[in-house]
Design a protein around this ligand. Structure first.
Ligand SMILES: [Zn+2]
Length: 284
């Protein structure tokens, strides 16, 4: 069995500010090379802990997919020597690239954060800062729900999540209690948390990943129901307007668009198109 690790960054130990997770070349955000470099080194150690756990739990190979802004945050030279890893943006399967590789039997979410709007959850958001909510058949979800559906499309169950306490609770609530949850920090507000020591967090991730790999064979993939209705709320009506050029996407409220997707791949395609179309600037 192979394990695919989808690696986000906001949910790692020690992180509560955009400054820590923004690559220095990203425009429009406060940046700190020192803080970012420290955080990406810690991100790499958390991933290595998950890799070690997966191998101890019976995985034959681990593929690591970058799933955070810019998609090249891991320190490649410091990764566990056994892995292959995927970097770069605009991947067809995005945060879940690699889940379609032959032999993948489990997906791990490492460094995940809570959905947009969640109180007391560090850096909670869904995809970008301007999406207020995503609903699938009326039920609010986050990146974890979108990604669990893509994994399910390829018959792959999600069996591990690491992140803050709210993210872990949301993933287990959405996917089911088959998901081993490793809490590395307790959220206090959007920009504060009570953390474990980083080495303690890594040890817990190692143990959680081992259990998650061991239990993968009995876990069920999360399948998006056919013809799911998706609704996306934005912060501004102009973003909703911009999405109406996409066939099948319609206005469902002042700042809301909606579409129906026959399966998770079709959902992914339309959702990504909506994210691209809505990324408008407000100068005419
Ligand atoms: Zn991220």
């Amino acid at each position: 069995m192979k394990v695919l690790i989808s690696v986000d960054m906001e949910g790692i130990c020690g992180v509560t500010s955009w400054v820590q997770v923004m690559p220095p070349e990203v425009e429009g955000h406060p940046r700190s090379t020192v803080e970012y470099e420290r955080a990406r080194a810690r991100l790499t150690r958390e991933v290595n802990a998950a890799v070690e756990g997966a191998l101890a739990g019976g995985a034959e190979e681990v593929v690591v997919n970058e799933a955070h802004d810019g998609m090249r945050n891991l320190v490649a030279d410091d990764l566990h020597e056994s892995v292959r890893f995927i970097t770069g943006s605009d991947k067809p399967l995005g945060m879940m690239q690699g889940v379609d590789l032959p032999g993948v039997g489990a997906a791990f979410f490492v460094g995940y954060h809570a959905k947009a709007g969640t109180p007391h959850a560090p850096l909670a958001h869904t995809w970008t800062g301007y999406v207020n909510d995503v609903r699938l058949n009326g039920r609010s979800t986050g990146e974890f729900g979108i990604n669990a559906a893509l994994a399910g499309h390829f018959g792959v169950p999600v069996t591990l999540v690491t992140g803050d306490d709210k993210a872990v609770a949301q993933v287990r609530d959405w996917v089911g209690e088959q998901v081993v949850g490793v809490v590395v920090k307790e959220g206090l507000t959007t920009f504060s948390a009570l953390h474990l020591h980083p080495r303690t967090a890594q040890q817990r991730i190692r143990e959680g990943a081992r259990d998650a790999a061991r239990h993968a064979r009995g876990a069920a993939p999360w399948r998006l129901p056919p013809d799911t209705r998706a609704e996306i709320d934005f912060d501004h009506q102009a973003r909703a307007q911009a999405c109406l050029f996409i066939p099948g996407v319609e206005r469902a409220g002042e700042r809301t668009v909606a579409f129906t997707a026959r399966d998770a791949l079709a959902f992914n395609q339309l959702f990504r198109a909506v994210m691209k179309a809505s990324a408008i600037t407000f100068s005419p």
